[in-house]
Structures are given as C-alpha cells and as structure tokens.
Design a protein around this ligand. Structure first.
Ligand code: G1P
Ligand code: ZN
Length: 543
C-alpha cells in the first residue's frame, strides 16, 4: 500500500475546546481538515510509531468515513495497532475502558457528544491519553500549536477496511483488531454493581424506561438491562443508533428527552426512567413525577454508593465541576470525605482519579462517573441508581426527599443563551469581570452579594493552573449565580448562567424550582446587564 506525504497548509480554528475539537460536519469534511487535525494529534503526542490506539465513535454521520481516514493515517505514521469497535462504534466510557484494559497508548473518540448529528449538524474528535481520560490541557495545547505549523500529513492509500467484521487483520505493518463494542464494558459493570440484586428487582415487576435517544448507548442498554438484568424487552426505547439520532438532539435533559419526561409524568409512569446522550457518557434520572437534577444525582450517589460492591469500603473523596450545585459538598461533609471543586470538563477529574483522591465525580451537565474509567459514564450511573433502588426498596422521590431532609436542598437550574454574538458575549463577561472586586456587600434586587470572583484552579496533583474558569457570585442566604461561556458550541457563543439556592427549612423542600430561583435569577440578570449587553432577555434552553 503506497504511503503518501500530502502537502497541506495550517487550518485556522483547530483549537480543542472543553471536550476535543467540535465543528460543523461540513467543516470536518472540507479538504485536509480532518487529516490536518489527526496529524496534529499524532505529532502533538510525540508521534504514534509503535503505539496502540483505540478508535471508535458514537455512530453519527461521517463516523465510519473518518475512521477509515484515521486508520490510513495511523498506518502511514507507523502505529503498531488499532483496536476498533465493530462498525466503528464505541461509547465514550467504553472507549475509555478499552484503552485502560488493553493498556493502549491512547485513543481517538469520534463524537460531538450531545450535539445533533448529520451532514448539516455537528462532528467532533477527541484524543484520550493512556489513562483513558481526555488529554490534559498541556497536551491539547501541544496539539493546537501543531495545527498552526503543519505543512504535510502522512496517509496510506488503499481500500477501506470492513469495520463490521470482528477479528484481527493487517494493513501493511499495522495490526487492526475489530472488537465487540459492548462485551468488555458489560463485564466491567458486573464488577461494580450488584447484578443479582438488580435482577431480583426486575423479576419482582419493577418497571423502567431507558431512552437511548437513537444514540450509541442503545446496544449497551439492550445487552445490560434487557439481556443480562432481565428487564422486559421494550424497556429500552430508541435503542438503534442512527447517524442523525433520529433527527433528534441526543441530550438527556427534560427539554430534549421530552418523550421520556412525558411518560414519567403520566399516570402510568414506570418506576424509573433514564436517558443517555449521543456518545453515552451523560445520563438523566427521573422517577414517576420526579426529575432529579444531575447535581442532586451526584449527591444521592455519593450518599448511597456504599450499597454497591465496588464502593463498599467507602469513597476516598468526591469532586464536582465548579458550576455544579453544592449539594454533594454537604453529603461529603457529613461522610467526612474531601470534596474537590474543578473547572468544567472531565479532563480536570483525571488527575484526582489517578491519584486516588476521589472515587466519584460529576457535573451539572448530566455527567456522573467514578474511578472505573476516566470519562463520565451514563449507563454506569443508571446501574448504580438501580443498585440503590434495589437495596433500599425506596422510590426515586423517597430517596430524594430523604436526601433533602438530611442535607437541605440545593434548588438548581441552568439557563443557556445560545448563538449569541461572540463579541457581545465576551464584552458582557469582561464588564462583569471588571466589577467583581467591588461587588461584595452590594445589594442587587432582594439579595446581598457575599463573595464574587473568577474561578481559577490549582491542580493539587500536578500543580498546573487554569484561570478564567467562570465567574461566581455567592449571595447571603445560600444563593449563587455562575456565568461562563460554553467551550463546546459550534456556532456563536453560548452563555451559561447557573442558578442555585440552598433551602434547609424542612417545610420548604418541595417547592417549584423556578419560583425558588426567581430572586437569584433576577439578581444575576441585573448584575450582568445581560439583556442590554447581548440583546437577550430570555434563555433558549432551561435545564
Ligand atoms: C459542556 C458542559 C460540560 C461538559 C462538556 C462536555 O461544556 O457544560 O459540563 O463537560 O459539555 O460534555 P460547555 O459547553 O459548557 O463548555
Ligand atoms: Zn457526551
């Protein structure tokens, strides 16, 4: 097979964001765009000669064609071996696990996560390191620097590999192994949660609806929930991955998982509902008439994780991203374990997990995970919930009610203002940043500012520093507003406004979140001057 050095010129805008490089699919398909980025990854990690890479994606449009290109480039760059999920499919947590299990040198995950898929939608590519986790900022910086100087890439010419056929074959000197995408992951789950206990729960008539949202978790959920745990067929809905996610938006939240929400809020709701996103790392949890915020879910799992075999000895510590509500802090405090606050994005949990400082971690954006992999893991969270439901015999509402009674409730909501003019969004943040020093003690609407700062993180493991990680304003009485710009959007800027209000009064634990959060929402809109600065008075999405 002839190898080619293809001349190219650097392409602007290949800076990895919160989670790899995400762009419109049409941009990824432009001549040299993918090839340039892949070569920059290879060069940025010091080359792939003699290395083993895991490759797979969420099955979105362009997944398979992109994998063929990556394979030919890996071959031309003298990689020793590529391990690929059959059909090019690997959920993000399954890819993370496979990298660790096979002691690979890293992996390439093709996904734009919860963003829609299709020729006119989004695509993404992310490099994960040998620990199975997203590359650190130091590595993504090297990759980005390389994109700016690249003048040629290496690629082998030749036939496409049949990604559907399991087994090992060779392209030139490189081994290509196609593996079952589900089997190893399913094995891992059995070592973490109590399968027999959950089986008994289903055998006793417990009902569930899992919405795979036409995305990658379908095959995993069918196998684990229906085939292995005995949930009736039909428990998993929308379980066939499709390149455009059934023209949906594979983001498991009450807005986009509306079918599931309607079912869970109907008179014949199943006992438990859950959904996951495009690449299977996010999860949504909902009981009959009871949506659980991801922040609360992290707190609940922290409180009860010891009921699952893997966590019987207790947790070493927990971590949450800064905008995630402080509910888990309160549980960690009562358990006497450390709680770390990290910037947004899973890559910041990696060091803490590797160092054994934390066992569970999570983000308000429907991400929860543990030290079993180095990514968030949607199906794992659902299984841990099932384990807890089976052990306690309580309903989702009862568990949440007990949690709030014991620790208080952090009412929580996130407001997204999408596709805002980037300059205007920047200007708003800059203006707010400039005021931070003078806000403490100020009264805004009905609230008084306690502290105001811009979050910066000093990694306690490797001492690296990350600045400008979001503006946080805490008010007296347990309210907090956080502002940050999204690092995953593909169009304009998305302003995220995160609202929180702690309530410890036992008679006020079951109020409507919108009502409880009105004061902090008004204060946040006022202090940021968001409407005047951006022309937006209402968010596009509230979760
Ligand atoms: C979003 C979420 C963040 C998550 C990331 C990748 O990033 O807010 O918590 O880690 O997607 O799934 P953002 O767009 O806010 O930068
Ligand atoms: Zn995802």
């Amino acid at each position: 097979m002839p190898m080619q050095n293809v001349r190219t010129t650097s392409i602007e805008g290949q800076k990895p964001g919160t989670s790899g490089l995400r762009k419109k699919t049409a941009i990824f398909r432009r001549p040299h765009f993918l090839e340039n980025y892949v070569q920059s990854i290879f060069d940025g990690i010091g080359g792939v000669e003699g290395k083993t890479l895991v490759i797979g994606g969420d099955g979105r449009f362009f997944n398979d064609a992109a994998i063929q290109i990556i394979l030919r480039m890996a071959c031309a760059n003298s990689a020793a071996k590529c391990i690929i999920g059959q059909g090019g499919i690997l959920s993000t947590p399954a890819a993370s696990h496979l990298i660790r299990l096979r002691e690979a040198d890293g992996g390439l995950i093709l996904s734009a996560s919860h963003n829609p898929g299709g020729a006119d939608a989004d695509f993404g590519l992310k490099y994960n390191g040998p620990n199975g986790g997203p590359a650190s900022e130091a590595v993504t910086d090297k990759i980005y620097e390389r994109t700016k100087t690249l003048s040629f890439y290496k690629i082998a010419a030749g036939e496409d590999i049949n990604l559907g056929q399991l087994g090992t074959r060779k392209i030139e000197n490189m081994m290509v192994e196609i593996v079952d995408p589900v089997a190893d992951y399913a094995d891992l789950m059995q070592t973490i949660v109590d399968f027999p206990k959950i089986k008994t729960l289903f055998a006793g008539g417990f009902t569930m609806c899992f919405d795979a949202m036409h995305a990658v978790t379908g095959p995993y959920a069918h196998t684990v929930l229906e085939d292995m745990l005995g949930a009736p067929k039909g428990t998993v809905i929308n379980g066939q991955p499709s390149p455009d996610f059934g023209k949906g938006h594979p983001d498991p939240n009450p807005i986009w998982a509306k079918t599931l929400m309607d079912k869970m809020y109907s008179s014949n709701a199943p006992d438990f509902g859950a959904a996951s996103d495009g690449d299977g790392d996010r999860n949504m949890i909902v009981g009959p008439g009871a949506y659980v915020t991801p922040s609360d879910s992290l707190a609940l799992l922290t409180a009860h994780a010891h009921l699952a075999p893997a966590y019987r000895g207790g947790l070493s510590g927990v971590a949450r991203s800064m905008p995630t509500s402080r509910a888990v802090d309160r549980v960690a405090d009562s358990l006497g374990i450390a709680c770390f606050e990290t910037p947004t994005g899973w890559k910041f949990f990696g060091n803490l997990l590797d160092a054994g400082k934390v066992t569970l971690c999570g983000e308000e954006s429907a991400g929860t995970g543990s030290d079993h992999v180095r990514e968030k893991d949607g199906l794992w969270a659902v299984l841990l919930w099932l384990n807890i439901l089976a052990e306690t015999g309580k309903s989702v509402s009862e568990l949440m009610g007990d949690l709030w009674t014991a620790h208080g409730r952090c009412y929580y909501s996130r407001l997204d203002f999408e596709d805002v003019d980037s300059d205007k969004a920047e200007a708003m943040i800059n203006k707010l940043r400039a005021k931070l020093g003078s806000l403490a003690g100020a009264t805004i609407g009905t609230l008084t500012v306690e502290t105001a700062d811009e979050f910066a993180y000093l990694d306690p493991v490797d001492g690296s520093q990350s600045t400008n990680q979001g503006i946080r304003i805490a008010f007296e009485g347990g309210a907090r507003a956080v502002f940050r710009l999204s690092g995953t959007g593909t169009q304009g800027a998305t302003i995220r406004l995160y609202l929180e209000q702690l309530e410890t009064d036992p008679v006020r634990l079951h109020e409507a979140p919108e009502a409880v959060l009105t004061d902090v929402r008004e204060a946040a809109m006022s202090v940021s001057d968001l409407t005047a600065m951006t022309g937006r008075s209402a968010p596009d999405v509230i979760t």
